[in-house]
Design a protein around this ligand. Structure first.
Ligand code: DQA
Length: 148
């Protein structure tokens, strides 16, 4: 089973960026933890981060036929990008949306996700743990769909 993890803009700055909201953990540390959990679950993980909307769209398009599932933290594009939504719908790969912060407890413009209704589910507000929970949820969903 192959899970693609995609990260959007400014997540490369985790660790130094608004630590009161996002904590002190870096994206590299979240990647290492995610890969470790993936190994235990016996799934393959690919990992990407980009600050550019078009690159995120390209990365999603490339997953067609290659990934069984996607875990995405689209960061600010979550709230704005119909292009990212359209790409996810086009490749028809089941995806889970994750956020470090609880987007529903933040400014009004962050309380809406243009991706969420198309997702298998969302994990929001558990800091770096959102990635572990999202991975476990996605793998469980895909295994159940395969019939065990
Ligand atoms: C975020 C929440 C977004 O609103 C924000 O733009 C981010 C990070 C999160 O993980 O909490 O960059 O996706």
């Amino acid at each position: 089973m192959h899970i693609a993890v995609l990260n959007g803009p400014n997540l490369n700055l985790l660790g130094e960026r608004e630590p009161e909201l996002y904590g002190r953990i870096t994206l590299g540390e979240i990647e290492a933890r995610t890969r470790e959990r993936a190994r235990a679950l016996d799934v393959e993980v690919s990992w990407a981060q980009t600050n550019h909307e078009g690159e995120l769209v390209d990365a999603i398009q490339r997953l067609k036929g290659k990934a069984d599932g996607v875990m995405i933290n689209a960061a600010a594009f979550t709230h704005t990008s119909l292009a990212v939504r359209d790409a996810l719908l086009a490749v028809r790969v089941p995806f889970v949306e994750v956020h470090l912060s609880n987007i529903f407890a933040r400014e009004p413009e962050r309380r809406r996700s243009v991706l969420a209704d198309a997702a298998v589910g969302m994990v929001t507000g558990f800091g770096a743990e959102s990635y572990r929970l999202g991975l476990e949820g996605l793998v469980g969903f895909l295994q159940a769909r395969r019939g065990g």
